[in-house]
Design a binder for this molecule. Sequence first.
Ligand code: DOR
Ligand code: ZN
Length: 451
Amino acid sequence: MLIRGAAPYGEDVTDVLLTDGVITHIGAGAAAAAAERGADVTEIDGDGAVLLPGLVDLHAHLREPGREDAETVASGSAAAALGGYTAVFAMPNTRPVADSVAVVEQVSRLGQAVGLVDVQPIGAVTVGRKGERLAELAAMADSAAAVRVFSDDGDCVADPLLMRRALEYVRLFDGVIAQHAQEPRLTVGAQMHEGAVAADLGLTGWPAAAEESIIARDCLLAEQTGSRLHVCHLSTAGAARVVREAKQRGVRVTAEVTPHHLLLADERARGYDPVFKVNPPLRTDSDIAALRGALADGTIDIVATDHAPHALHDKQCEWEAAAPGMLGLQTALSVVIATMVQPGLLDWRGVAAAMSERPARIGALAGHGRPIAVGEPGNVTLVDPAASWTVDGSRLASLATNTPFNGMTLPGTVRATVLRGRPTALDGELVAPQPDSSRDRATDSLSKVTA
Ligand code: DOR
Ligand code: ZN
């Protein structure tokens, strides 16, 4: 594939040739090398577009197995490819929970069969995500799914002893615990951010300190154990402050923010529309400003979607009964452009770092988040920053429709997503995966070995 006249990282315009899944030429020689190869080279017009390493989402809920009415690995992969992603980490709060070799390998196999993005399972920290005893983390790490990230996301690993043991355990294979920071005793019955809007609406509040106290505790545990801690979906100014201070002390902590926490405030809840119900909740304008600043200065390492599809009957009901969570995979890049790139808080190098390089590194995912350079894997995303689109929840690839950005016009469209040199999405349309000849070869040699 030849990408003509695109700007890697928004910098100098050049041609990029991908051959056999790898970037083989950048610059003047690319077009000539493509011509030599002849008709089998597809061409993509990169005029006016920015070329980024393929996006990597460290935090998505694909709902399979168990809630295929809300999302499947196939529909979630489609949303991801259309959103510019080449790899997605799948959260384990499925039914059954991904707390065993069998389930993480199943999710991994489903992802391979779909073939639109690399689906990397996250394992649960505790058996059944019940917060009582540790799951078999090393068995999941040693499995074919090679799990490196563990999380009880949706729930907090609230017991400090269990959290300490989990951190100690994953150090053996340089894994990471991704914590959903929510002190359960401070959030009993919580419905939205604790503040003036919650008071007006008569909804039980979810105080900032419930998030910040767990992050502070876990940073101390990570410091003591020397292990890697990743904090999911930071939502408050205080959370960023705690992480900043821990990083200054050398604690091995990384943090993520979601697109919705970068754009939307608790004021949105005034209409009692549960599409704005999410966990942790939408906070205030000053939290939003602090989160943007923390992402800009590197305190927050990455943007992760927390893509959380829900079936209609779980979302279109009264606020208190509705499930928390929002779609994110198809809108993330556009929201980051609107909240970070356009205001000048992040350049394209910064977007590549926050949405591709660092998530791949935190999740220890090989072959993704690599620089756009000769010899690197052909996983890239071509973005048209000057184009805009209007979000229509009913037309997204997800089975669910619960986008909080419905009806908004957002900047930036994905012109192409490329996985190992093959397009998975072009101009808003999916491209069906071709049979992977390298994988066929691998299977062939495997059957010879086992014969
Ligand atoms: O809003 C949320 N939805 N937050 C979570 O932590 C879990 C997620 C879900 O699984 O729906
Ligand atoms: Zn989540």
